[in-house]
Ligand binder design. Structure first.
Ligand SMILES: [Zn+2]
Length: 323
C-alpha cells in the first residue's frame, strides 16, 4: 500500500548552479497530469480569448474604416456639390455684373438724352432758367472680362456689381426726379417755340414802316402805327409767324383782306392788305404755313404786308418777336 502509494508519486529534481543545493519536489500523480493540463488549458483559453478579442478589434476597426470611407465619399460628394454651387454662383455673379454694366450704360444713355433735352430747352426756351442739375457721373470702374476666377476676384466682382446697382438706383432716382420736369419744360418750350410768332411772315425783308408813332402816309399827320409794314410783290406768300388758330379771315374797309391768328399765351398776329386768303376761321395753322398772298387791299399805298402782334388785347412791337 505504502509502495503503491510511493509509486504514484513523482520526484522532480531542481538543479541550479554549484553554490546551491539540489531541490527535490515531489508531486503526486494526479497533480503531475493536472498541472500541465491546467497550464495548457489556460494558455489555450488565453489564445482563444485573444483571438476573440482581436477579431472584435478587427471588426471594430473594419466598421470604423467603413464609416470613415463612407464619410470620405460623402465629403467628396459634398465638396463636389459645393464646387458646383460655387461655380454656379460665380457664373450668376458674372452674369449679374454684365447686366449691371449694360443697365448702367443704358441709364447713362438716357441721362445723355436728358442732357440734350436740357440743352435744347436752354437754347430755345426763354424759361425761368430752372434747369435741373444732372447727377454727376463720377468715373466708376468698369468690370472687364474675367478669365481666371479666384475667390477674391469673385468677391470684388460681386462688390463691384453691388456698387453698380447702387449707382444705377441713384441714377434712376435722379431721373425719376428730373425727367418729368425736363419733359414738361421741353413740351412747354416746344409749344412756345411753335406757338410764339417768331417767324418772319413773308419773303421780303424790306421794312417800310416801324411800329409806333409816325406821320400818316395819307394825311401826313402824326399817327400811331400798330404794326410794321413790309414791302413786297403782289402774290408773295404770307406765312403764319407761329402756330395757332385762325380767328378772322375776311375783308374790312381799312384793313382790306386780313387774317388774325390766335397763339398760346394771349398772343395774336394780324396780317393786313392781303391779295387773297388761303385759310378760313377755325383752321389750325402751323408755323411757316402759307395763309394768304401779299397784296395792297384796303387803306394801302402799295403792295405790302402790315403785320402786327397783339398781346392781351394790346398792340406791341412785333420786331422783338421775330427772329
Ligand atoms: Zn401798316
Amino acid at each position: 500500500m505504502k509502495t503503491a502509494h510511493r509509486k504514484q508519486r513523482l520526484t522532480l529534481l531542481v538543479l541550479r548552479d554549484a553554490q546551491h543545493s539540489v531541490r527535490q519536489i515531489q508531486l503526486s500523480r494526479p497533480l503531475m497530469i493536472a498541472v500541465p493540463a491546467a497550464a495548457i488549458l489556460s494558455i489555450a483559453g488565453l489564445i482563444v480569448s485573444l483571438q476573440i478579442q482581436s477579431a472584435q478589434t478587427i471588426m471594430g476597426l473594419e466598421k470604423q474604416l467603413t464609416l470613415k470611407s463612407l464619410e470620405a465619399i460623402k465629403m467628396e460628394v459634398t465638396v463636389t456639390d459645393k464646387d458646383e454651387a460655387i461655380e454656379r454662383l460665380n457664373k450668376a455673379i458674372i452674369q449679374l455684373s454684365d447686366e449691371a454694366e449694360q443697365t448702367k450704360v443704358q441709364m447713362e444713355r438716357v441721362q445723355q438724352l436728358e442732357q440734350e433735352l436740357q440743352q435744347f430747352i436752354q437754347k430755345h426756351g426763354s424759361l425761368s432758367g430752372q434747369t435741373s442739375s444732372i447727377l454727376d457721373d463720377n468715373d466708376q470702374h468698369v468690370g472687364g472680362e474675367f478669365i481666371a476666377v479666384h475667390e477674391n476676384e469673385m468677391l470684388s466682382l460681386a462688390q463691384e456689381t453691388q456698387d453698380d446697382f447702387v449707382e444705377i438706383q441713384q441714377l434712376i432716382a435722379s431721373m425719376e426726379r428730373h425727367i418729368p420736369r425736363t419733359l414738361d419744360q421741353a413740351q412747354e418750350t416746344q409749344e412756345k417755340r411753335e406757338g410764339t410768332p417768331s417767324l418772319w411772315p413773308t419773303t421780303s425783308k424790306r421794312l417800310t414802316s416801324n411800329f409806333g408813332y409816325r406821320s400818316d402816309p395819307f394825311t401826313g399827320r402824326s399817327a400811331y402805327h400798330a404794326g410794321i409794314d413790309i414791302a413786297g410783290k403782289i402774290g408773295d406768300p404770307v406765312y403764319a409767324a407761329g402756330a395757332g388758330e385762325v380767328t378772322a379771315a375776311e375783308r374790312s374797309g381799312a384793313r382790306g383782306l386780313y387774317i388774325i391768328v390766335k397763339h398760346p399765351n394771349g398772343l395774336e398776329t394780324w396780317y393786313m392788305h392781303l391779295d387773297s386768303l388761303d385759310v378760313s376761321v377755325g383752321d389750325h395753322v402751323n408755323q411757316g404755313e402759307t395763309i394768304g398772298k401779299l397784296g395792297s387791299s384796303g387803306r394801302s399805298t402799295g403792295p405790302h404786308l402790315h403785320f402786327q402782334v397783339v398781346k392781351n388785347n394790346q398792340t406791341v412791337d412785333p420786331i422783338p418777336y421775330l427772329q
